[in-house]
Ligand binder design. Structure first.
Ligand code: NAP
Length: 294
């Protein structure tokens, strides 16, 4: 492997240490950030994600409220809970773990969360702010984590071509909006490729910075990567091995890509730990705003 590894675990630990230090400082004034995580139903993967968020809150000194509703919970029940959390002064961030069961209208739920507590940054208001170049509010956690990794490894976005594979509302689209803005750690010239793009390899081969968020195991072939490129793999895919074991792989064919890239994220240990770190940072920011400290 000739590429240097981007150590997401280490950068996330740095971000978390900064968050914890600030929380400690606030505690001396009796201020405690609070995050409510709402889980509807019993999806095992969602339970794991909710547990990870709760654990990180406890580690950093964030008050965490876990609200579990049954699989058959109605929209009314969920909206009543969101109203209660919107009014709860101990809570500065609210998120509803995705995907909810089919009877839940996820967009309606997101829009019912107060934009000041929308720490996932999914609401029209908060996404719209980013698109129009106002970066003073929340930034969506995974794209924010990618941007911080690029900053920490001093990747110059302005001088080359950035290609994002995937146009989802939680990763590809907001990330493209963030990286194309004027300013520090941005100013990128961005191309977004997706399932209707022909000859994706042509775009990938021209990418000085490639960000893969496709959700297809090893979709980006290592030989497509431009020599010396920076490769950020957002993908998290569980695959079955011939011996019956399961393995986590990204959206990039890591072994071959690592021979060509200049910098590359591993999976796991790349973007994954950054997402929760940025959620914690957003919750702290929200608490500071609610207390007129920002
Ligand atoms: P998503 O909502 O399924 O979106 C996938 C995107 O990839 C879509 O835009 C889709 O195109 C495109 N795509 C799918 N198959 C393609 C193909 N064969 N060729 C070209 N484009 C294709 O996924 P997501 O939520 O953005 O997540 C992407 C990956 O990142 C997943 O592996 C997910 O687990 C991972 N993830 C990781 C984190 C983290 O914290 N590290 C956070 C979020 C997501 P269309 O729009 O045309 O359908």
């Amino acid at each position: 492997m000739s590429a240097k590894l981007i150590d997401g675990k280490a950068v996330a630990a740095e971000v978390n240490a900064e968050t914890a230090a600030k929380i400690k400082e606030l505690a001396s004034s009796g201020i405690v950030p609070g995050l409510a995580v709402v889980l509807v139903g019993d999806n095992p993967a969602s339970q794991v994600y909710v547990g990870m968020k709760e654990k990180k809150c406890n580690e950093l000194g964030i008050f965490s409220r876990k609200c579990v509703l049954p699989q058959d919970a109605s929209m009314d029940e969920l909206m009543t809970l969101i109203d209660e959390l919107n009014a709860d002064k101990r809570i500065h961030g609210i998120l509803v773990q995705s995907p909810p069961p089919p009877q839940i209208d996820e967009r309606k739920v997101i829009e019912s969360i107060s934009p000041e507590k929308d720490v996932d940054c999914f609401s029209y208001t908060n996404v719209g702010r980013i698109l129009t170049g106002d970066l003073s509010g929340f930034l969506p956690c995974t794209p924010y984590g990618v941007q911080v990794l690029l900053e920490k490894y001093q990747v110059d976005l302005a001088s080359g071509h950035t290609v994002i594979a995937g146009r989802s509302n939680i990763v590809g689209k907001p990330l493209a909006a963030m990286l194309m803005q004027k300013g520090k750690n941005a100013n990128a010239t961005v191309t977004v490729v997706h399932s209707a793009t022909r000859n994706i390899e042509k775009y990938v081969a021209d990418a000085d910075v490639l960000i893969a968020a496709v959700g297809v195991p090893e979709f980006i072939k290592g030989e497509w990567i431009k020599p010396g490129a920076t490769v950020i793999d957002v993908g998290i895919n569980r695959i079955n091995l011939p011996d019956g074991k399961r393995k986590l792989v990204g959206d990039v064919e890591f072994e071959v890509a690592a021979e060509r890239a200049g910098l590359i994220t591993p999976v796991p240990g790349g973007v994954g730990p950054m997402t929760i770190a940025m959620l914690m940072r957003n919750t702290l920011k929200s608490c500071m705003k609610h207390n007129h400290l920002l």
